[in-house]
Design a protein around this ligand. Structure first.
Ligand SMILES: Cc1cc2nc3c(=O)[nH]c(=O)nc-3n(C[C@H](O)[C@H](O)[C@H](O)COP(=O)(O)OP(=O)(O)OC[C@H]3O[C@@H](n4cnc5c(N)ncnc54)[C@H](O)[C@@H]3O)c2cc1C
Length: 388
């Protein structure tokens, strides 16, 4: 067995059935990547959904559980070279919305499961406002009781997929003050009168994932739009964010592996100072650190997926989810820094195959809860008298 084979074996640290799903999706998504390269976001989304990336059930009987299967599918499409922005948006919907809200999405009489899974219906998670990102209790968007429903007024900003989504999970204030029961979550069709799309944002990170604003100008919602019950918004949010923190960085596993492979290849082949570049111990150390970061990230993400498959509630895993989100995002950033250093000037030339994108890993320090704030939460669970 060559050294490269040994490393590949070590990095395949997920359970074998999950590794088979990774391989299967990598193979099938490679075709899709080639065929859909020029398509718009929604068309690419549908093509990947048709592979089964967004399916919550129906895996092979001897295959992994639905959460592990989803993570492996996402890793596989990332390895196939599917655009990271698209992988990010799919991962965000799958783990941040479909899994935690599956009972809401499959309500009798308005069962959305099938159309969400096959990509006809696209969801977005509308929490952030211009004035308040990390602090949900500062939100101004409000839903006021009106006859048998609610009237929604306000705006949600910096929302992934808002320019193209069909339905939004919207968090709004149903009571004043900073009490735990002041917020309520609603499922809002974006063609509801009084709902419109505001500004779209051209990001520097994950550029292909659309981001935008949603405006609510006295939009009337039926009582059935409430997710859970009035006042349970913070509870719903803690479930969606725990799920998202646990697994959102799964989208990065494919790009991380591709980064390691191409950087190791470059270090093996490039001639420098009359020898190959990888003969330098410092270069070799950087490559080892990259492998370590990827290995650590895979172990953490697949461990959390297994815990969720075993039935542990996402909220019970909130601390592990925060630690995993912090760790994998910072490992992704560190790997990108090593790859950028070793690629030299080519890292900054977009047309070379060593071009680097440090901004997308940097964005991971912010979305799904800024790492600084997550650290505070972890320390609080260790008994420190610290508050955000
Ligand atoms: C790629 C991307 C996708 C996103 N998608 C969505 C989406 O789909 N839906 C949605 O609702 N939002 C989305 N967001 C927005 C995201 O949730 C917010 O950016 C995030 O909650 C942070 O809010 P903020 O940007 O206002 O930063 P702030 O709250 O202003 O925080 C900025 C920084 O200030 C520091 N800080 C502030 N307060 C404290 C404190 N108490 N303790 C320690 N440090 C502190 C931290 O360093 C923190 O990173 C997305 C963001 C990005 C980058």
């Amino acid at each position: 067995m060559s050294d490269t084979d040994t490393l590949t074996r070590i990095l395949r640290c997920a359970p074998p059935p999950a590794e088979h799903v990774v391989d299967d999706f990598r193979e099938r998504a490679a075709d899709v990547a080639a065929k859909t390269a020029g398509d718009d976001f929604r068309a690419q989304w549908r093509s990947l959904a048709a592979l089964g990336v967004l399916r919550l059930t129906g895996g092979a009987p001897d295959g992994p559980g639905p959460v592990t299967r989803g993570l492996a599918a996402i890793e596989g499409i990332g390895l196939a070279g599917i655009d990271p922005g698209l992988c990010y948006a799919l991962t965000s919907q799958l783990f941040g919305m479909q899994h935690p809200l599956h009972t809401t999405l499959s309500r009798p009489g308005q069962d959305l499961t099938q159309s969400v899974e096959d990509g006809r219906t696209l969801l977005c998670h509308a929490l952030t406002e211009r004035v308040g990102g990390s602090d949900p209790l500062s939100m101004a968007t409000r839903a006021e009781r009106d006859r048998d429903g609610y009237v929604l007024t306000g705006a949600k900003t910096f929302v992934t997929a808002a320019p193209v989504a069909d339905l939004a999970i919207v968090f709004a204030r149903t009571a004043t003050g900073r009490t735990p029961f002041a917020l309520t979550a609603f499922l809002v069709p974006l063609d509801t009168p009084g709902v419109s799309r505001g500004e779209t944002f051209d990001k520097t990170a994950l550029r292909s994932a659309p981001m935008g604003e949603l405006l609510f100008d006295g939009a009337r919602l039926p009582a059935t739009a409430v997710i859970g019950q009035e006042g349970s918004g913070l509870g719903i949010m803690s479930a969606t964010t725990a799920w998202e923190r646990a697994l959102i960085l799964g989208y990065a596993l494919g790009p991380m592996r591709l980064l390691l492979d191409r950087t190791a290849r470059w270090a093996r082949e490039r001639e420098h100072f009359g020898r190959r570049m990888g003969a330098s111990h410092q270069v070799a150390g950087r490559i080892s650190d990259m492998a370590m970061a990827l290995h650590r990230s895979r172990v953490q993400l697949y461990t959390l997926a297994a815990a969720l498959d075993a039935g542990t509630g996402a909220r019970q895993l909130a601390a592990e989810a925060a630690l995993t989100k912090i760790s994998v995002s910072e490992d992704y950033l560190r790997m990108t820094e090593h790859a950028t250093a070793l690629a030299g000037v080519r890292a900054f030339l977009p047309d070379t195959d060593l071009a680097a994108d440090p901004l997308s890993p940097l964005a991971a320090l912010t979305y799904a809860g800024p790492n600084d704030l997550l650290r505070v939460g972890v320390a609080r669970q260790l008994g420190l008298p610290v508050e955000n």
